[in-house]
Design a protein around this ligand. Structure first.
Ligand SMILES: Cc1cc2nc3c(=O)[nH]c(=O)nc-3n(C[C@H](O)[C@H](O)[C@H](O)COP(=O)(O)OP(=O)(O)OC[C@H]3O[C@@H](n4cnc5c(N)ncnc54)[C@H](O)[C@@H]3O)c2cc1C
Length: 380
């Protein structure tokens, strides 16, 4: 029978980051991806990277992720295409103004001193396609921005393989055997593997992997759309990622066009990933008010992928409370691309007995059983 010190279920950016960081620490790693590496949520994501979160633990996590992305090419040999064009939150409700002003103090206290308050005039200058007539203000963080999900994932894959990690495509995890309350073996479509450590990095499918292990993993899938226009001069290459917090409508430059989207907060959980063109009409109706030039843009392509939501919109990171040797790195609730670098590093450090570069205790999977939520409010 094959053996592995660590089996990673799922080869999105999170699993690949962990394979690399564990490989760097000398662990014998086997990553199983049932489809293609990086082809699910990771390959469908908008590439946003920000530090403007409401929960201090997320701000700290994102400071580490940003540093790792800045060092990424030197470390892995792959350009992550980090473009620090900034993130711009646009606010239209008095309650948001009070909340984000308080968050600004948190960001400054956590060392993100470049984040600042912006008035409607500056918002208009930063993101000229916007209609700011009903905008009360906003926050802007110039060190936030965009990176390439494909580049980052491929960088981790190549670097992990150079370190001897085994990353296999077209192989699914199908079962988990345990006795004495701990993982002993996993079943896969290419045969059993003896292991005492299984990492659940299965994105929106993490609840299913949990069921295979007999452990509850509270992650639900939700469809999210992305639309991309053809060449579009009204949103320049340096335009920040712009987010209307009331509606969750957002856009950012993508090539010489624009990528935009909006979360359908009323759509129930499902694994559906086909494009719902009726939803585009609703997005365009919001765009017609918030960013009028965008409503008339010619569409080049569209797709839908899955968010992986937890009850408090925060990831599950660390050992599962009910099964020894079963660790979670899932439930990123729409932030997994930007969180993967720091999570991969800190979890690998915890697994190999090093002090983690950033404290992950807020994200322990044990929090729900203890009746604790660590809610994040800035979820798009
Ligand atoms: C439209 C959209 C926009 C987004 N925008 C952003 C953004 O701007 N910034 C950001 O940070 N995040 C964004 N996200 C969220 C981000 O894409 C995810 O949080 C992140 O990709 C999660 O990575 P992952 O590796 O956990 O999951 P995935 O990339 O989904 O990888 C999980 C993998 O597990 C595999 N798998 C499942 N079950 C099994 C099994 N039994 N055996 C083997 N393999 C299995 C799947 O095939 C899949 O490849 C967005 C998501 C969507 C859908």
């Amino acid at each position: 029978m094959r053996t592995a010190e660590v089996v990673i279920a799922g080869g999105g950016v999170v699993g690949c980051a962990l394979a690399y960081q564990l490989g760097r620490r000398g662990a014998d790693v086997l990553l199983l991806e049932r489809g293609q590496l990086g082809a699910e949520s990771t390959g469908k994501c908008a590439g946003g990277v920000r530090q403007m979160f409401s929960h201090a633990a997320n701000v700290r996590l994102q400071k580490v992720s940003l540093r790792l992305l800045q060092e990424f090419e030197v470390e892995t040999g792959m350009d992550p295409e980090l473009r620090q064009v900034g993130y711009l939150f646009v606010l239209t409700e008095p309650a948001q103004v009070a909340d984000l002003r308080a968050q600004l103090r948190l960001w400054h206290a956590e060392g993100v001193t470049e984040a600042r308050w912006v008035d409607p005039e500056e918002i208009q200058r930063l993101s000229p396609a916007l209609n700011v007539e009903d905008v009360l203000g906003g926050t802007f963080c110039p060190s936030d921005g965009l990176a390439s999900p494909a580049g980052v994932t491929q960088g981790y894959v190549s670097a992990a393989r150079r370190l001897g990690a085994r990353l296999e495509e077209g192989v699914a995890l199908t079962g988990v055997s345990h006795n004495g309350g701990r993982v002993r073996q996993v079943e896969t479509t290419t045969g059993p593997v003896a292991t005492e450590l299984l990492l659940c990095c299965a994105g929106a499918w993490s609840g299913e992997v949990g069921r295979l292990a007999g452990a509850e993993v509270p992650v639900l899938p939700y469809r999210r759309h992305v639309f991309v226009t053809g060449p579009f001069a009204a949103v320049g290459r340096r335009n920040p990622m712009t987010i209307d917090l009331s509606t969750a409508f957002y856009f950012h430059p993508e090539g010489d066009g624009v990528l935009f989207g909006m979360s359908d907060r009323d759509e129930p959980s499902s694994f559906r990933q086909e494009v719902d063109w009726a939803w585009l009409e609703q997005v365009v109706a919001v765009a017609a008010h918030r960013a009028p030039p965008l409503a008339a843009a010619g569409l080049k392509t569209a797709w839908a992928g899955l968010y992986e939501m937890t009850p408090d919109h925060q990831p599950l990171l660390g050992p599962h409370p009910n099964l020894q040797g079963f660790w979670c790195a899932c439930g990123f609730s729409g932030h997994g691309f930007m969180q993967a670098p720091a999570v991969g590093l800190a979890l690998a450090q915890m697994i190999t007995g090093e002090a983690p570069a950033v404290d992950l205790s807020a994200f322990t999977p044990a929090r729900f059983a203890a009746g604790r939520l660590e809610s994040e409010r800035n979820v798009i």
